[in-house]
Design a protein around this ligand. Structure first.
Ligand code: TRP
Length: 362
Protein backbone atom coordinates (compact mmCIF):
# COMPACT_ATOMS: atom_id res chain seq x y z
CA UNK A 1 0.00 0.00 0.00
CA UNK A 2 1.31 3.37 -0.99
CA UNK A 3 1.05 6.66 0.77
CA UNK A 4 -2.23 8.56 0.52
CA UNK A 5 -2.28 11.98 2.14
CA UNK A 6 -5.44 13.78 3.16
CA UNK A 7 -5.99 16.90 5.18
CA UNK A 8 -8.48 19.71 5.40
CA UNK A 9 -9.58 22.97 6.92
CA UNK A 10 -12.89 24.35 8.07
CA UNK A 11 -13.72 27.37 5.93
CA UNK A 12 -14.58 29.74 8.76
CA UNK A 13 -12.13 32.50 7.84
CA UNK A 14 -9.03 33.43 5.92
CA UNK A 15 -5.91 31.52 6.80
CA UNK A 16 -3.21 33.25 8.85
CA UNK A 17 0.50 32.94 9.65
CA UNK A 18 -0.34 30.36 12.30
CA UNK A 19 -1.80 28.09 9.61
CA UNK A 20 1.13 28.90 7.33
CA UNK A 21 3.82 27.94 9.83
CA UNK A 22 1.84 25.14 11.45
CA UNK A 23 0.62 23.39 8.34
CA UNK A 24 0.64 25.09 4.92
CA UNK A 25 4.44 25.19 4.69
CA UNK A 26 4.61 21.50 5.52
CA UNK A 27 1.93 20.71 2.95
CA UNK A 28 4.04 22.38 0.28
CA UNK A 29 7.06 20.43 1.43
CA UNK A 30 5.10 17.16 1.17
CA UNK A 31 3.84 18.16 -2.25
CA UNK A 32 7.29 18.96 -3.54
CA UNK A 33 8.89 15.86 -2.06
CA UNK A 34 6.43 13.96 -4.28
CA UNK A 35 6.68 10.83 -2.15
CA UNK A 36 2.99 9.88 -2.29
CA UNK A 37 0.43 8.17 -4.49
CA UNK A 38 -2.45 10.53 -3.91
CA UNK A 39 -2.76 13.81 -2.08
CA UNK A 40 -6.10 15.38 -1.16
CA UNK A 41 -6.85 18.70 0.51
CA UNK A 42 -10.45 19.13 1.54
CA UNK A 43 -12.44 22.24 2.31
CA UNK A 44 -14.44 20.94 5.26
CA UNK A 45 -17.57 23.00 4.80
CA UNK A 46 -19.94 20.35 6.15
CA UNK A 47 -17.85 20.07 9.28
CA UNK A 48 -17.75 23.86 9.61
CA UNK A 49 -21.55 23.87 9.52
CA UNK A 50 -21.72 21.66 12.62
CA UNK A 51 -21.09 24.70 14.78
CA UNK A 52 -22.04 27.40 12.26
CA UNK A 53 -25.34 25.99 11.01
CA UNK A 54 -27.03 29.30 11.82
CA UNK A 55 -24.55 31.27 9.73
CA UNK A 56 -24.17 29.38 6.45
CA UNK A 57 -23.17 32.51 4.58
CA UNK A 58 -19.95 32.67 6.56
CA UNK A 59 -19.06 29.16 5.39
CA UNK A 60 -20.14 29.76 1.79
CA UNK A 61 -18.10 32.98 1.59
CA UNK A 62 -14.98 31.42 3.03
CA UNK A 63 -14.80 28.36 0.79
CA UNK A 64 -13.23 30.37 -1.99
CA UNK A 65 -11.04 32.37 0.45
CA UNK A 66 -9.48 29.19 1.78
CA UNK A 67 -8.89 27.81 -1.72
CA UNK A 68 -7.28 31.13 -2.71
CA UNK A 69 -5.03 30.78 0.32
CA UNK A 70 -4.04 27.25 -0.74
CA UNK A 71 -3.23 28.30 -4.27
CA UNK A 72 -1.37 31.43 -3.26
CA UNK A 73 0.99 29.61 -0.90
CA UNK A 74 1.82 27.22 -3.73
CA UNK A 75 -0.46 24.22 -3.48
CA UNK A 76 -0.35 22.88 -7.03
CA UNK A 77 -3.67 21.56 -8.33
CA UNK A 78 -1.76 19.31 -10.74
CA UNK A 79 -0.29 17.49 -7.78
CA UNK A 80 -3.03 17.84 -5.19
CA UNK A 81 -6.75 17.17 -5.42
CA UNK A 82 -8.53 20.14 -3.84
CA UNK A 83 -12.21 19.45 -3.17
CA UNK A 84 -15.30 20.53 -1.28
CA UNK A 85 -16.54 18.15 1.39
CA UNK A 86 -20.30 18.69 1.09
CA UNK A 87 -20.26 17.87 -2.62
CA UNK A 88 -19.06 14.34 -1.91
CA UNK A 89 -22.27 12.67 -0.80
CA UNK A 90 -20.56 9.32 -0.22
CA UNK A 91 -19.04 10.94 2.88
CA UNK A 92 -22.48 11.38 4.44
CA UNK A 93 -23.45 7.82 3.60
CA UNK A 94 -20.28 6.43 5.14
CA UNK A 95 -20.87 8.56 8.23
CA UNK A 96 -24.30 6.99 8.55
CA UNK A 97 -22.88 3.44 8.71
CA UNK A 98 -20.00 4.42 10.98
CA UNK A 99 -22.34 6.01 13.51
CA UNK A 100 -23.52 2.51 14.43
CA UNK A 101 -19.99 1.64 15.51
CA UNK A 102 -19.57 4.43 18.07
CA UNK A 103 -21.23 4.86 21.43
CA UNK A 104 -22.51 8.14 22.79
CA UNK A 105 -20.18 7.91 25.78
CA UNK A 106 -17.19 7.44 23.46
CA UNK A 107 -18.17 10.57 21.53
CA UNK A 108 -18.47 12.54 24.75
CA UNK A 109 -15.01 11.40 25.81
CA UNK A 110 -13.16 12.85 22.80
CA UNK A 111 -10.91 15.46 24.47
CA UNK A 112 -10.90 17.92 21.56
CA UNK A 113 -14.68 17.79 21.18
CA UNK A 114 -15.01 18.09 24.96
CA UNK A 115 -12.99 21.29 25.10
CA UNK A 116 -14.75 22.69 22.03
CA UNK A 117 -18.12 22.07 23.69
CA UNK A 118 -16.92 23.93 26.78
CA UNK A 119 -15.43 26.77 24.70
CA UNK A 120 -18.67 27.27 22.77
CA UNK A 121 -20.80 27.03 25.92
CA UNK A 122 -22.77 24.16 24.37
CA UNK A 123 -23.13 22.02 27.52
CA UNK A 124 -26.42 20.16 27.12
CA UNK A 125 -27.32 22.06 23.99
CA UNK A 126 -24.61 20.51 21.84
CA UNK A 127 -26.03 19.74 18.38
CA UNK A 128 -25.74 16.03 17.53
CA UNK A 129 -24.01 16.96 14.30
CA UNK A 130 -21.26 18.65 16.24
CA UNK A 131 -20.81 15.76 18.65
CA UNK A 132 -20.62 13.43 15.68
CA UNK A 133 -18.10 15.35 13.63
CA UNK A 134 -15.27 12.97 14.51
CA UNK A 135 -17.33 10.23 12.86
CA UNK A 136 -17.83 12.32 9.75
CA UNK A 137 -14.10 13.04 9.83
CA UNK A 138 -13.55 9.27 9.90
CA UNK A 139 -15.55 9.14 6.68
CA UNK A 140 -13.37 11.91 5.17
CA UNK A 141 -10.24 9.94 5.93
CA UNK A 142 -11.39 6.41 5.10
CA UNK A 143 -13.29 7.31 1.92
CA UNK A 144 -9.94 8.00 0.29
CA UNK A 145 -8.06 5.20 2.11
CA UNK A 146 -5.80 7.96 3.39
CA UNK A 147 -3.05 6.76 5.71
CA UNK A 148 -1.10 9.99 6.27
CA UNK A 149 -2.97 12.92 7.85
CA UNK A 150 -0.98 16.13 8.31
CA UNK A 151 -2.73 17.97 11.17
CA UNK A 152 -2.17 19.88 14.38
CA UNK A 153 -1.95 17.94 17.63
CA UNK A 154 -5.51 18.96 18.55
CA UNK A 155 -6.55 16.48 15.84
CA UNK A 156 -4.86 13.45 17.41
CA UNK A 157 -8.06 12.39 19.20
CA UNK A 158 -9.85 12.41 15.81
CA UNK A 159 -7.31 10.05 14.26
CA UNK A 160 -7.47 7.81 17.29
CA UNK A 161 -11.24 7.66 17.11
CA UNK A 162 -11.13 7.09 13.34
CA UNK A 163 -8.81 4.13 13.80
CA UNK A 164 -11.11 2.63 16.42
CA UNK A 165 -13.97 2.83 13.95
CA UNK A 166 -11.82 1.31 11.19
CA UNK A 167 -10.85 -1.62 13.40
CA UNK A 168 -14.42 -2.20 14.48
CA UNK A 169 -15.71 -2.01 10.91
CA UNK A 170 -13.05 -4.41 9.63
CA UNK A 171 -13.61 -6.89 12.44
CA UNK A 172 -17.37 -7.04 11.81
CA UNK A 173 -17.64 -6.68 8.03
CA UNK A 174 -14.23 -7.68 6.72
CA UNK A 175 -11.00 -5.89 5.84
CA UNK A 176 -12.04 -2.88 3.79
CA UNK A 177 -10.91 0.24 5.62
CA UNK A 178 -7.40 1.51 6.24
CA UNK A 179 -5.96 2.89 9.48
CA UNK A 180 -4.23 6.25 9.34
CA UNK A 181 -1.50 8.13 11.13
CA UNK A 182 -1.22 11.83 11.97
CA UNK A 183 1.75 13.77 10.65
CA UNK A 184 2.41 16.49 13.24
CA UNK A 185 4.26 19.81 12.88
CA UNK A 186 7.95 19.46 13.67
CA UNK A 187 8.38 21.63 16.74
CA UNK A 188 6.60 23.33 19.60
CA UNK A 189 6.57 26.75 17.93
CA UNK A 190 5.06 25.40 14.72
CA UNK A 191 2.35 23.78 16.79
CA UNK A 192 1.39 26.94 18.65
CA UNK A 193 2.25 30.10 16.80
CA UNK A 194 1.33 32.87 19.25
CA UNK A 195 -0.84 35.80 18.25
CA UNK A 196 0.57 39.34 18.03
CA UNK A 197 -0.73 40.02 21.56
CA UNK A 198 1.45 37.20 22.91
CA UNK A 199 -1.44 35.90 24.98
CA UNK A 200 -2.66 32.89 23.10
CA UNK A 201 -2.38 30.87 19.93
CA UNK A 202 -2.99 32.98 16.84
CA UNK A 203 -6.65 32.89 15.97
CA UNK A 204 -9.08 34.87 13.92
CA UNK A 205 -11.64 34.98 16.72
CA UNK A 206 -9.11 36.43 19.20
CA UNK A 207 -8.31 39.23 16.80
CA UNK A 208 -4.58 38.64 17.13
CA UNK A 209 -3.81 37.20 13.70
CA UNK A 210 -1.74 38.25 10.70
CA UNK A 211 -3.55 36.95 7.63
CA UNK A 212 -1.86 35.71 4.47
CA UNK A 213 -4.16 38.05 2.56
CA UNK A 214 -3.18 41.12 4.63
CA UNK A 215 -1.61 43.98 2.70
CA UNK A 216 1.98 45.03 3.25
CA UNK A 217 0.72 47.97 5.33
CA UNK A 218 -1.54 45.79 7.48
CA UNK A 219 1.31 43.40 8.22
CA UNK A 220 3.59 46.32 9.14
CA UNK A 221 0.96 47.83 11.43
CA UNK A 222 0.38 44.50 13.17
CA UNK A 223 4.09 43.89 13.71
CA UNK A 224 4.48 47.43 15.12
CA UNK A 225 1.75 46.50 17.65
CA UNK A 226 3.38 43.22 18.61
CA UNK A 227 3.90 42.40 22.25
CA UNK A 228 7.58 42.61 23.26
CA UNK A 229 8.91 43.14 26.79
CA UNK A 230 6.76 45.59 28.77
CA UNK A 231 9.77 46.55 30.94
CA UNK A 232 11.91 47.44 27.95
CA UNK A 233 10.95 51.09 27.83
CA UNK A 234 14.03 53.02 26.78
CA UNK A 235 16.33 51.76 24.05
CA UNK A 236 19.14 51.57 26.60
CA UNK A 237 17.13 49.32 28.95
CA UNK A 238 18.07 45.64 29.02
CA UNK A 239 15.30 43.60 27.40
CA UNK A 240 13.86 40.12 27.69
CA UNK A 241 13.91 37.80 24.72
CA UNK A 242 11.83 35.00 26.28
CA UNK A 243 8.13 35.49 25.68
CA UNK A 244 8.95 38.38 23.36
CA UNK A 245 6.77 37.76 20.34
CA UNK A 246 9.04 39.59 17.89
CA UNK A 247 11.90 37.25 18.81
CA UNK A 248 9.61 34.23 18.63
CA UNK A 249 8.80 35.18 15.05
CA UNK A 250 12.42 35.99 14.24
CA UNK A 251 13.39 32.54 15.51
CA UNK A 252 11.10 30.99 12.93
CA UNK A 253 11.66 33.30 9.96
CA UNK A 254 15.09 35.00 10.26
CA UNK A 255 17.98 33.48 8.32
CA UNK A 256 21.57 34.71 8.37
CA UNK A 257 21.24 36.20 4.88
CA UNK A 258 18.41 38.41 6.16
CA UNK A 259 20.88 40.02 8.56
CA UNK A 260 23.30 40.72 5.77
CA UNK A 261 20.52 42.29 3.74
CA UNK A 262 18.48 44.24 6.29
CA UNK A 263 20.46 44.48 9.55
CA UNK A 264 24.16 44.19 8.77
CA UNK A 265 25.26 45.33 12.25
CA UNK A 266 24.48 41.82 13.42
CA UNK A 267 25.51 38.49 11.95
CA UNK A 268 22.79 36.28 13.28
CA UNK A 269 19.90 35.87 15.69
CA UNK A 270 22.17 35.08 18.66
CA UNK A 271 24.09 38.34 18.30
CA UNK A 272 20.80 40.22 18.05
CA UNK A 273 19.40 38.55 21.16
CA UNK A 274 22.56 39.26 23.14
CA UNK A 275 22.42 42.94 22.26
CA UNK A 276 18.74 43.13 23.20
CA UNK A 277 19.42 41.49 26.57
CA UNK A 278 22.33 43.83 27.21
CA UNK A 279 20.39 47.01 26.35
CA UNK A 280 20.86 49.45 23.48
CA UNK A 281 18.59 47.80 20.95
CA UNK A 282 15.17 49.33 20.38
CA UNK A 283 11.91 47.52 19.66
CA UNK A 284 11.43 49.58 16.50
CA UNK A 285 14.66 48.20 15.05
CA UNK A 286 13.75 44.57 15.62
CA UNK A 287 10.19 45.15 14.44
CA UNK A 288 11.32 46.82 11.22
CA UNK A 289 13.69 43.91 10.67
CA UNK A 290 10.83 41.43 11.11
CA UNK A 291 8.63 43.46 8.75
CA UNK A 292 11.29 43.24 6.02
CA UNK A 293 11.61 39.49 6.47
CA UNK A 294 7.86 38.89 6.45
CA UNK A 295 7.55 41.06 3.37
CA UNK A 296 10.15 38.94 1.59
CA UNK A 297 8.27 35.75 2.53
CA UNK A 298 4.75 37.01 1.85
CA UNK A 299 5.09 39.32 -1.14
CA UNK A 300 5.21 36.38 -3.60
CA UNK A 301 2.20 34.81 -1.87
CA UNK A 302 0.27 38.06 -2.17
CA UNK A 303 1.22 38.27 -5.82
CA UNK A 304 -0.01 34.75 -6.53
CA UNK A 305 -3.21 35.56 -4.72
CA UNK A 306 -3.66 38.61 -6.94
CA UNK A 307 -3.21 36.39 -9.98
CA UNK A 308 -5.88 33.94 -8.87
CA UNK A 309 -8.24 36.71 -7.74
CA UNK A 310 -8.09 38.11 -11.24
CA UNK A 311 -8.48 34.61 -12.76
CA UNK A 312 -11.26 33.41 -10.53
CA UNK A 313 -12.72 31.18 -13.26
CA UNK A 314 -9.54 29.13 -13.08
CA UNK A 315 -10.03 28.71 -9.35
CA UNK A 316 -13.61 27.63 -9.85
CA UNK A 317 -12.48 25.04 -12.39
CA UNK A 318 -9.79 23.73 -10.08
CA UNK A 319 -12.24 22.98 -7.28
CA UNK A 320 -14.86 21.67 -9.66
CA UNK A 321 -12.42 19.19 -11.20
CA UNK A 322 -10.88 18.26 -7.86
CA UNK A 323 -14.32 17.61 -6.45
CA UNK A 324 -15.24 15.41 -9.42
CA UNK A 325 -12.20 13.22 -8.80
CA UNK A 326 -12.93 13.08 -5.08
CA UNK A 327 -16.52 11.99 -5.75
CA UNK A 328 -15.28 9.12 -7.93
CA UNK A 329 -12.75 7.91 -5.40
CA UNK A 330 -15.15 8.16 -2.45
CA UNK A 331 -17.89 6.35 -4.39
CA UNK A 332 -15.52 3.46 -5.05
CA UNK A 333 -14.93 3.06 -1.31
CA UNK A 334 -18.64 3.41 -0.57
CA UNK A 335 -19.33 0.53 -2.96
CA UNK A 336 -16.78 -1.61 -1.15
CA UNK A 337 -18.29 -0.68 2.20
CA UNK A 338 -21.80 -1.52 1.08
CA UNK A 339 -20.59 -4.78 -0.44
CA UNK A 340 -18.94 -5.68 2.85
CA UNK A 341 -22.12 -4.97 4.83
CA UNK A 342 -24.18 -6.75 2.19
CA UNK A 343 -26.43 -3.83 1.33
CA UNK A 344 -25.42 -3.62 -2.29
CA UNK A 345 -28.67 -5.17 -3.55
CA UNK A 346 -28.76 -4.21 -7.19
CA UNK A 347 -25.05 -4.49 -7.88
CA UNK A 348 -24.99 -7.99 -6.47
CA UNK A 349 -26.19 -10.91 -8.65
CA UNK A 350 -26.31 -13.13 -5.59
CA UNK A 351 -29.04 -11.02 -4.06
CA UNK A 352 -31.24 -11.67 -7.02
CA UNK A 353 -30.44 -15.43 -6.95
CA UNK A 354 -31.07 -15.59 -3.20
CA UNK A 355 -34.55 -14.11 -3.34
CA UNK A 356 -35.40 -16.20 -6.38
CA UNK A 357 -34.41 -19.48 -4.78
CA UNK A 358 -36.17 -18.51 -1.57
CA UNK A 359 -39.51 -17.56 -3.08
CA UNK A 360 -39.82 -19.03 -6.53
CA UNK A 361 -41.14 -22.58 -6.68
CA UNK A 362 -39.45 -25.25 -8.68
N1 TRP B 1 -11.08 18.93 11.93
C1 TRP B 1 -10.11 19.55 11.08
C2 TRP B 1 -9.80 20.94 11.65
O1 TRP B 1 -10.62 21.50 12.35
C3 TRP B 1 -10.58 19.70 9.64
C4 TRP B 1 -10.83 18.37 8.99
C5 TRP B 1 -12.04 17.87 8.59
C6 TRP B 1 -9.86 17.38 8.68
N2 TRP B 1 -11.89 16.64 8.06
C7 TRP B 1 -10.58 16.30 8.09
C8 TRP B 1 -8.48 17.30 8.85
C9 TRP B 1 -9.92 15.13 7.69
C10 TRP B 1 -7.83 16.12 8.45
C11 TRP B 1 -8.55 15.06 7.88
O2 TRP B 1 -8.76 21.47 11.36
Amino acid sequence: MGKIILTGDRPTGKLHIGHYVGSLRNRIKLQNAGDYDKYYIMVADAQALTDNFDNPKKIRDNVIEVVLDYLSVGIDPKKVIIFIQSEVSALSELTCYYLNLVTLSRLLRNPTVKSEIAMRGFDNTVPSGFLNYPVSQTADITAFKANCIPVGDDQLPMIEQANEIVRKFNSIYGDVLVESEALLPENEFERRVPGIDGKAKMSKSLNNAIFLADTKEEVARKVMNMYTDPNHIKVSDPGKVEGNIVFLYLDIFAKDEHFEKYLPDYKNIDELKNKYREGGLGDVTIKKFLISILEEEFAPIREKRKYYETHIDEVYKIIEEGTKKAIEDANATLREVKNAIGINYFADDNFCKEIRSKYMQG
